[in-house]
Write a protein that binds this ligand. Structure first.
Ligand code: NAD
Length: 278
């Protein structure tokens, strides 16, 4: 597995397995993935499957240090004390004494205090890398005004319909690794039937899913596609053996709808309401 080097020198596998909505009876899929090349798992307190991830790693036969684990602070746990407590609970469920990457899941109120707590964890060596998810440029700038630690990752919704080009430039300029969540638009945005992506898939003898994943990697964006099917898990790793040319990259750029399939991270009502979800 190839790596991206984070700004602090920590290598992060370019492809990870997203486990949002992976249920207890689907643990075998995680074990299979780890035994067939995946070395990074993207979970979160909200996904209620950190324990299963820990168990799958044990059952895979890999050592803890062979797997890069990302987990996330949920919206109900913002603020210094709550962040520190939530982190310990995540580690207990993951049965480990460190996280490779700890992210603020959404920029809820008090994210500055939460980031200060995460900075403490980072300085104590409890997390190898610290980052955020769903942060806009404005929110990253706000964080920057209050902290010396620049996030190493921003995990945001990114796919050919939501390309995040402005944010991507900002992230690149600040050495923040762009990571795409929902690279397939959750499989329900008709991306797999997009005619130009299908044309490229035929040209390179790949699937549309592989073209989408490769396009992200060619933009230096890390990916965490989710699947529980061995054939798709395998397919989603097999994306390194072709290159899109400049004209093809430009044409995919023109597919951008500049929209979102999910809420605006600056929507205060959503952020407030989501803090009641556990
Ligand atoms: P996704 O875009 O990865 O789509 C997943 C769906 O695509 C699967 O359920 C399946 O139906 C389909 N699929 C997967 N591989 C395929 C293939 N090769 N061919 C055809 N169909 C295929 O959606 P996602 O799960 O929402 O996002 C991926 C990961 O991102 C999550 O599991 C989670 O870890 C992370 N995530 C983070 C946030 C956040 O707020 N930070 C939000 C959502 C998801």
């Amino acid at each position: 597995m190839e790596n991206f080097l984070l700004s602090n020198g920590v290598p992060m596998p370019k492809i990870g397995l997203g486990v949002y909505q992976v249920k207890e009876d689907q643990e075998d899929a995680i074990i299979w993935a780890l035994q067939h090349g995946y070395r990074r798992i993207d979970t979160a307190a909200l996904y209620h499957n950190e324990q299963m991830v820990a168990d799958a790693i044990k059952q895979s036969g890999l050592k803890r240090e062979d797997v890069f684990i990302t987990t996330k602070l949920w919206n109900s746990d913002h603020g210094r004390e709550k962040t520190l407590a939530a982190f310990e609970k995540s580690l207990a469920r993951l049965d480990t004494d460190y996280a490779d990457l700890y992210l603020i899941h959404w920029p809820s109120a008090h994210y500055v205090e939460s980031w200060q707590a995460i900075t403490e964890l980072y300085n104590k060596g409890r997390i190898r890398a610290a980052g955020v998810a769903n942060f806009t440029q404005k929110q990253l700038e706000e964080l920057d005004r209050h902290s010396d630690l620049v996030p190493m990752v921003d995990q945001v919704q990114t796919n050919p319909y939501i390309q995040q080009r402005g944010l991507h430039r900002y992230l690149t300029d600040h050495q923040i690794q762009h990571e795409a969540w929902g690279p397939f638009g959750h499989g329900n945005q008709n991306l797999f039937r997009q005619p130009y992506l299908m044309e490229l898939a035929a040209k390179y003898k790949k699937t549309t899913a592989q073209v989408i994943l490769h396009w992200n990697l060619q933009r230096d964006i890390a990916i965490i596609p989710k699947s529980v099917h061995p054939d798709r898990l395998q397919e989603n790793l097999d994306v390194f053996d072709f290159m899109l040319d400049d004209q093809e990259m430009d044409q995919i750029a023109s597919l951008d709808k500049h929209g979102r399939h999910f809420v605006d991270p600056e929507n205060k009502l959503f952020l407030w309401l989501s803090s009641f979800i556990h």
